[in-house]
Design a protein around this ligand. Structure first.
Ligand SMILES: [Zn+2]
Length: 286
């Protein structure tokens, strides 16, 4: 891949509230203690395309849509700490970026902590995998909750505003880096590459790009919970696999992340709930 300035972007990390969960569930060498897991969002500025979001994190819609049974079960299982100011749309407004400036929203997968803010961006075109969308589009009630999906978080016109990753051009990432396939070139300029990391959720995708300052970056969504897990090669607790499903695919992609980190240590990997990503977001670094 060429690293010329023509295909570099600028990225800024945000956290949008957090949930509390037992750390051991995410990493089997971690202690049995409650820890906090922030919901990371990345704002990407592409010189030609404009603003794109990687996920949307928590938002006020999460609370209105999970106030009644059965969706209230979701909130009971992952207690969320959030104030209105944490919503991405508020944080962007504070920086002088109106909601209407967001042209695209890339959705790694359809769990509530990744899609809760989409209704705050009425002009955005959604980019997700057809595989992920097919899996949840008709799910309602308990069947939806079991998939971590809250249907009311998506706007009614979602299907008219969505564009599927798989319709794009394939990029030979595996030939260059030895791992990850398929990978799609979102805008045909090699600037934003969608990397299939299915397992945590069916059809989950991450995003690979070169930040103008921080260099090559892989947003791996929930394919790993932390960089510590990748460094220690520590998989989730068996209980998590039992609840999550997709164990075989999760393990395959997790091992690929481990190998990718070992052979390409210069690439910054950012899992969506990683404490190290949270520090970057809170420190205002890129
Ligand atoms: Zn998830």
């Amino acid at each position: 891949m060429s690293n010329g300035s023509e295909n570099t972007v600028e990225s800024t990390l945000f956290t949008t509230g957090y949930c509390r969960q037992i750390e051991r569930f995410t990493r089997r060498d971690a202690p049995w203690r409650m820890n906090t897991f922030d919901a990371l969002v990345v704002l990407i500025h592409h010189p030609r395309i404009g603003y794109l979001l990687f996920d949307t994190g928590y938002a006020t819609h999460f609370f209105t849509e999970t106030s009644c049974f059965p969706y209230s079960l979701y909130r009971a299982i992952t207690p969320v700490i959030f104030s209105k100011r944490d919503a991405l749309v508020s944080q962007l407004n504070e920086r002088g970026i109106p909601a209407t400036a967001i042209r695209f929203i890339f959705l790694s997968h359809f769990h509530g902590d990744h899609i809760a803010g989409v209704r705050d961006f009425p002009d955005a075109v959604f980019i997700c995998s057809q595989e992920a969308y097919q899996h949840i589009r008709d799910k309602r009630g308990l069947a939806a909750v079991r998939k971590g999906f809250v249907p009311g978080l998506l706007p009614p016109d979602f299907s008219k505003r969505v564009r599927f990753i798989e319709d794009g051009k394939r990029y030979p990432f595996q030939e260059v880096y030895g791992v990850f396939d398929p990978v799609y070139d979102l805008f045909g300029d090699e600037s934003l590459l969608a990397v299939r990391l299915s397992g945590h959720a069916p059809g989950q995708y991450g995003l690979f790009f070169t930040d103008r300052i921080a260099g090559p970056t892989l947003l791996c969504a929930d394919a790993a919970w932390s960089m510590e897990a990748i460094r220690n090669q520590s998989e989730p607790h068996p209980f998590t696999y039992a609840v999550m499903g997709g164990k075989k695919e999760y393990r395959r992609h997790f091992q690929q992340l481990v190998a990718f980190h070992q052979t390409q240590p210069q690439v910054r990997i950012l899992p969506s709930h990683c404490p190290e990503a949270r520090s970057i977001a809170k420190g205002g670094e890129r």
